[in-house]
Write a protein that binds this ligand. Structure first.
Ligand code: SF4
Length: 104
């Protein structure tokens, strides 16, 4: 394993090094509200997941960090089943839109 040498000793330089390359999402509207954004729970029904994910998307729409979050999200390989940057995940077992239209 290869280790990098820190330039300066101390906690702040260490934190700066750890955070280097992470998105600046200061002001993120989702802070403290992970329960709306998280991926589906093991025993959570699909209707509940859709309801809270829609609520999360509405929060993203008003988020001052939306543009930065979108930029960060576009560089990620996999965002899992979470709502990120106003985008809902495609859930396993979710019906395609065309099938949902026929049920109305
Ligand atoms: S856009 Fe949404 S996921 Fe991204 S920081 Fe804002 S509230 Fe959080």
């Amino acid at each position: 394993m290869k280790y990098r040498h820190r330039r300066e000793p101390g906690l702040l330089p260490l934190l700066a090094e750890i955070l280097e390359g992470t998105a600046n999402l200061s002001g993120a509207a989702c802070a403290g509200r992970p329960e709306l954004f998280d991926e589906p729970g093991a025993d959570e029904d699909a209707q509940t997941v859709r309801y809270r994910h829609r609520a999360a998307v509405r929060i993203c729409a008003r988020c001052p960090a939306l543009d930065r979050c979108r930029q960060w999200a576009s560089a990620q390989k996999d965002l899992g089943g979470m709502v990120v940057a106003g985008r809902k995940p495609r859930l396993r077992g979710a019906q395609p839109h065309s099938e949902r239209k026929n049920q109305r």
